[in-house]
Write a protein that binds this ligand. Structure first.
Ligand code: PFF
Length: 455
């Protein structure tokens, strides 16, 4: 039984699946997945990533939907309702804090996509003959503080605009139209990339695993990437689940979302790596990888300028639907718990996130001012802190709370009825109690050993 009966619901099942998939599919798939895979040796990383998505991501996503629909609340409200005044509410607060931090650096990369739409229209990124010119263009672009802050502001304003219009009219409507287009353009890119000479080496880097590359850091990166890409561990899916009407099926929806998200990441890899190797570039270029590669692919193909505008527009929209879900977590919290009006919540907290993002926006210049320690910039630091620490910790606590503390018997009825011999419900219950939290815990110990004590 739900606690609250007057909540705005998604307009349709497809609307919910697409919006949650819109949250999951974003820069994490198309920008982050290729460069993290590239830096971690390729195919073996892809394989471990897919395994983590299935044994950590899917059960935790189901858990977040269950909590969301059960309580019909934002993450803080959900934990308050279930756990009363106990310290478990910290899980909700940590989720809201993660939303702030992630959006503050996410918006910078979202801003890059706007910059590249404009550069595609003006032609400056579609007449690049080789990757070294693409690389210097990207370096000059990201080192320019005025453009960085301007595009960051534009991205934040776009998220704020959609979130103000609420769930059905804003978030849901956009996703329905744009997700299918994104698939189309990825296939065009893959086709072009595979036709390049030497593409084969890239395919084998991406698909033929070399298990000698696996180490602690590698496993942690794969876990962090799974949480980040599926929008888990900070209550984004609790929030979206809270708008889910009582007769929708959670298990099936979560399965579709996970498959769709993983598919987009794999397609992005298939588009990038053949071209990386065909152009004799290193897969370890870091955050600039796709911006060094994709403009060169478009520069060397018929109607390249048209495809480039389309691609960066779709990437912007994929980023926007994820940015929107990050901002929605904070907005839902402020509306539900502090009683603010939606518009005021969005304007105030959108502005706070914009300000918080400025040091990340300035992290790419030639100056070392933004290098904090080691070689980490402010941008890297916030990225690492959230992706590697906060999201897995949040996911772990969500699994432990639901599986061990709150009790699955109170929530299992939220799941779809099914008639198999081993019920899917029981399988999920087993994973959420035993497999997911134990695995995250082990990886977390490895991470602490790596980051704090050193190896
Ligand atoms: N999943 C998004 C992406 O892959 O781009 C990023 C993200 C959105 C992470 C929402 C976390 C979140 F709560």
């Amino acid at each position: 039984m739900a606690f609250n009966s007057r909540r705005e619901y998604w307009g349709s099942k497809l609307g919910f699946v697409l919006a949650a998939a819109g949250s999951a599919v974003g820069l994490g798939n198309i920008w982050k997945f290729p460069y993290v895979t590239g830096s971690n040796g390729g195919a073996a990383f892809v394989l471990i990533y897919v395994i983590f998505v299935l044994i950590l991501g899917l059960p935790i996503m189901i858990a977040e939907f269950v909590i969301g629909r059960h309580t019909e609340k934002d993450p803080v409200g959900a934990f308050k309702l279930m756990a009363g005044r106990s310290p478990w509410t910290i899980v909700g607060y940590m989720g809201v804090l993660s939303g702030f931090l992630i959006l503050s650096f996410y918006s910078i990369v979202g801003g890059w996509t706007i910059g590249y739409i404009i550069k595609s229209i003006s032609g400056s990124v579609t007449s690049l003959q080789d990757s070294s010119s693409a690389k210097s263009l990207f370096a000059a672009f990201t080192a320019d503080p005025v453009q960085m802050i301007l595009y960051h502001a534009l991205f934040m304003l776009s998220c704020m605009f959609i979130v103000v219009y609420g769930i059905k009219n804003g978030i849901e409507r956009w996703n329905k139209i744009l997700m299918p287009l994104l698939f189309g353009i990825l296939f065009v890119l893959i086709g072009r990339s595979l036709m390049m000479e030497g593409a084969w080496h890239g395919l084998s880097f991406f698909l033929k695993p070399d298990f000698s590359k696996i180490n602690a850091e590698f496993l942690i990166a794969a876990m962090g990437q799974a949480f980040f890409s599926l929008s888990l561990g900070m209550g984004a899916m609790i929030t979206y689940g809270s708008y889910l009407s009582p007769n929708e099926k959670i298990l099936t929806s979560a399965f579709y979302i996970v498959v769709l998200d993983t598919l987009v990441a794999i397609l992005a890899g298939l588009a990038i790596f053949p071209a990386v190797f065909a152009m004799n570039m290193s897969p370890q270029e870091g955050v600039g990888l796709i911006f060094h590669i994709i403009p060169v692919i478009f520069s060397n193909m018929p109607y390249g300028a048209f495809f480039s505008v389309l691609f960066f527009t779709l990437l912007f929209i994929a980023a926007l639907t994820s940015g929107v879900s990050l901002l929605e977590v904070i907005t839902a919290y402020v509306i539900d718990e502090m009683g603010w009006a939606r518009r005021r919540a969005v304007v105030v907290f959108g502005t706070v996130i914009f300000i918080l993002g400025i040091p990340s926006a300035l992290s790419f210049g030639a100056s070392d001012a933004m290098k904090l320690w080691g070689n980490l910039t402010f941008f890297d630091l916030i990225d690492k802190l959230t992706t590697n620490y906060m999201l897995p910790l949040g996911g772990f606590l969500i699994a432990v709370y639901l599986g061990w503390k709150y009790g699955l018997e109170k929530t299992i009825h939220e799941l779809d009825p099914d008639t198999r011999i081993i019920s899917l419900k029981e399988l999920w219950a087993f994973f959420i109690k035993f497999i997911s939290p134990v695995l995250v815990f082990i990886l977390f110990l490895m991470l602490l050993r790596n980051d704090i004590i050193g190896q």
